[in-house]
Design a binder for this molecule. Structure first.
Ligand code: GUN
Length: 280
């Protein structure tokens, strides 16, 4: 069994990106820039945003964080995103989710132009992904693909099963695997015979947000198992996969923490660098 080390792989990627970021600085006369919009005081979002700022600094990307109070109006939030859309220092815009309940998330995200949509959440980028015509893919599924590639796990012709159909992970994950020529099945809360479908997977991606849901009887001998989930159970961080049991059957498995998580931020940095490189 090989452990898919997301922490180390993400560090390798950041080192590669530092080189590309230096070239951007030299050729554009400014750093690649990421604007992060954080509205309200969700503690988990605060931690994510600080991690993003730290990762940007390490690579040589300028991060511009806009912290707005929870009472911010829809108009104020949209005005900020519109000004960032025009801001020449900003190559990527990220509106940290979740937003306070009174804000219209869809309307706000629509203000981000596709070229600056480094989250890959826009209809244009999702559409390009669905048509296999490029576009920016969401960071977490992109991070999963990067792990599979860097560990030389074959995808073409393999049976891939994605558990979860969220817009942020499950759907784009299924599309990326399909674009890489896997035979893809997406399972969700209404799926019948989930166990037997998962047990056919050469590549099993768990992204449903239920701690230790994927048990050893749902995993084929020799499968690559990718765990996107992260929950706190009795003070310990656990994924959607019952790691202790499943690692005995899998040939590749991601740990939680230290698997997919660090890859997500590395892919955000990659999307910002790629957006800036288009201006060279
Ligand atoms: N909140 C949790 N994950 C994400 C993400 O990937 N992007 C944004 N914008 N917000 C998030």
């Amino acid at each position: 069994m090989t452990l898919l080390d997301g922490k180390k792989t993400a560090a390798d990627i950041r080192a590669e990106l530092a080189f590309r970021a230096a070239q951007i600085r030299e050729k554009l006369g400014r750093e690649a820039g990421l604007a992060v919009v954080l509205i309200g005081d969700d503690p988990a979002s605060e931690v994510y945003v600080r991690n993003k700022e730290r990762a940007c600094a390490e690579v040589g990307i300028a991060s511009h964080t806009y912290r707005l109070p929870a009472e911010t109006s829809q108009e104020e939030a949209e005005a900020l995103v519109c000004s960032l859309a025009k801001d020449g220092r900003v190559d990527g815009i990220l509106v940290q989710l979740p937003l306070p309940g009174h804000l219209d998330e869809k309307a706000l995200l629509r203000r981000i132009p596709a070229q600056k949509d480094v989250d890959g959440f826009s209809a244009e980028n999702m559409g390009l992904l669905a048509k296999n015509e490029g576009g920016v893919a969401a960071c977490t599924p992109r991070g999963v693909m990067e792990l599979l590639h860097r560990y030389q796990i074959p995808i073409s012709g393999k049976r891939a099963v994605v558990v979860g159909r969220s817009n942020i992970v499950g759907r784009p994950m299924a599309l990326l695997l399909l674009n890489a020529d896997a035979t893809v099945t997406v399972c969700h809360s209404k799926t019948k015979d989930l166990k037997s479908i998962c047990a056919q997977a050469d590549i099993l991606v768990a992204a449903l947000g239920k701690p230790r849901f994927i048990t050893a009887d749902m995993v084929k001998e020799g499968a690559a198992v990718i765990d996107v989930g992260i929950s706190r159970v009795d003070g310990k961080l656990v994924g959607d996969v019952d790691f202790e049991e499943v690692e005995k059957k899998a040939s590749f498995i991601t740990p939680v923490p230290g698997g997919v998580g660090p890859m997500t931020i590395a892919m955000l940095l990659l999307s910002v660098v790629e957006a800036a490189e288009k201006k060279l």
